[in-house]
Write a protein that binds this ligand. Structure first.
Ligand code: GLN
Length: 499
């Protein structure tokens, strides 16, 4: 429905260098390990892969998280997902630029300088996986890996006009991915179309990545839980659930907010109408009342986890030590302070301060605990509107004084149960980097308002290109589809039709 129209002519190879999206590139793409002996017909097809620089690769490629504190660091191990893709034919083509440690929405908070998706005007590539998105959008690689904690794959995809997919939490191994906020972090995929992603993730005959548990990653769903989830999704593998007539998309009313760019609102409505007319899809309004608190909850939880994760970069355990700092114990903490003061950028320091505060004894109840409660409400909102059950959540038990016994109630309330939610990925089109200079950090946080709810609930979500009408022609935005937990196969298949 929405052809992948590009707003700009693809950049020349000289221009591409200036977009600043690669942190390091090997002279020749790194070959996959020798394939196991397979008949030719089954040999994996080769494809070029860019990897966000917070995902570990081994020498000669560094792993820096775009932070000075990890300048020159090379990892002794390769992330499981990189190994998995290499054995499936990936040629490693480079490490991509990002917001330091994944913290940001425009790929501007990087020790390597900002990423842009074009040169004049310099337009935001989105963040934090902006480098990966530009590597795909400019045609340099077939597929790129990003990480999505609160929207970092979906937002850059929307801004650059490519597909960005965040899987269900716990599906894809995070071993070797530098943690930002563990309870939210996922590995995500960017590509120009959906089929390369679904071939790898879903695959056929259980050979997709979604079936692979990683014992090295404690958040990787166990084999038995995977079996249970897959069993619950059996019969739902077909994109239109057997018949196209039955598919039901929910339009979350709370997403139609005042800050939404009217051009995006129009394109969103038109896509919904097209789905209705062309595919006889049913479009129903739904309410996710906790949406308005989700952003605030995210910006309490993510920095809290980040402040704990980043404590290890002190120049002793990890990180570039500031050799000039006094190291004698009497100077108490000078080494740490100097190392961290120099090594971290402004945004990362802001998050550390924010997180340390909300976890402090005086603020904990008011911020961190409240945010966890909001997170539960956000999950409940989603479970209530989806027709499918969430295989990880048992129905809650309520003690109702007016009833004689304890009754088991599910999260469902009304009749408006849907298969997928259909909403914009971001409230605005990609801003110009110049216009971001005078904005406050909170302005950047607002960009994540439509992406963080699915992250808080651990649900699969995908952004597909959605062209919007602009005065000077065609602009691009992202249309987001959100599915129930572990409904990834159907989500990808439906998104393929919608794209
Ligand atoms: N923009 C969000 C943040 O800064 C999301 C980042 C991400 O998903 N890695 O936290």
């Amino acid at each position: 429905l929405s052809p992948n129209l590009r707003r700009h002519v693809p950049p020349s190879s000289q221009q591409r260098r200036l977009l600043n999206h690669f942190i390091s590139r090997p002279e020749h793409p790194i070959e996959p390990p020798p394939p196991p002996p397979l008949p030719d017909s089954q040999a994996p097809q080769r494809f070029t892969l860019a990897v966000k620089d917070n995902i570990a690769t081994t020498s000669p490629l560094p792993t820096t998280c775009a932070s000075s504190i990890l300048a020159g660091y090379t990892s002794p191990l390769e992330a499981t997902i990189v190994t998995q893709l290499r054995t499936r034919g990936a040629l490693l083509s480079g490490k991509t630029n990002l917001d330091e440690f994944g913290m940001g929405s425009h790929s501007t908070h990087s020790a390597y300088g900002p990423v842009s998706q074009d040169l004049d005007p310099k337009t935001s590539a989105g963040g934090s996986s902006g480098g990966s998105a530009v590597a795909v959008a400019s045609g340099q690689v077939d597929l790129a890996l990003g990480t999505d904690t609160g929207g970092s794959v979906r937002l850059p995809a929307a801004y650059t006009g490519v597909v960005g997919y965040k899987p269900s939490y716990g599906m894809i191994s995070r071993y070797g991915v530098v943690p930002y906020a563990n309870s939210l972090d996922t590995v995500g995929f960017l590509s120009k179309s959906i089929s390369p992603i679904s071939n790898l993730v879903i695959g056929s005959e259980g050979r997709g990545l979604w079936a692979e548990h990683d014992p090295h990653d404690p958040t990787s769903l166990s084999p038995s839980a995977r079996k249970r989830c897959a069993a619950q999704r059996e019969g739902y593998r077909q994109p239109w659930h057997g018949s196209r007539n039955k598919i039901k998309f929910g339009i979350p009313l709370e997403y139609n907010m005042a800050e939404l760019d009217p051009r995006i609102r129009t394109a969103w409505a038109e896509t919904a109408a097209l789905l209705q007319d062309t595919f006889s899809a049913r479009i129903v309004p739904v309410s996710l009342p906790s949406t308005k608190h989700a952003l605030a909850a995210y910006y309490v939880i993510a920095p809290a986890e980040a402040s704990s994760n980043l404590a290890k970069y002190d120049g002793v355990r990890y990180g570039q030590r500031d050799e000039n700092a006094a190291t004698d114990a009497a100077a108490g903490g000078v080494l740490y302070a100097a190392t961290r003061g120099k090594g971290f950028g402004e945004e990362v320091k802001r998050r550390i301060l924010l997180g340390s505060y909300t976890l402090s004894s005086e603020a904990m109840d008011n911020y961190f605990i409240k945010a966890q409660k909001v997170r539960r409400l956000v999950r409940k909102d989603f479970n209530r509107v989806f027709a499918l059950e969430n295989p990880l959540h048992a129905p809650e038990t309520f003690e109702l004084s007016e009833l004689p016994e304890t009754v088991e109630m599910e999260d469902k309330w009304g009749p408006e149960e849907v298969d997928f939610l259909l909403c914009p990925t971001a409230p605005t089109l990609a801003p110009r980097l110049k216009d971001l200079e005078n904005k406050s950090p909170v302005d950047a946080y607002v960009n994540d308002v439509f992406t963080v709810p699915a992250s808080l609930a651990g649900l699969p979500a995908i952004s597909v290109p959605m062209p919007v009408a602009e005065a000077d022609g065609q602009g691009q935005a992202g249309l987001q589809l959100i599915g129930q937990y572990w409904d990834d196969a159907r989500l990808l298949a439906v998104a393929d039709v919608v794209a």
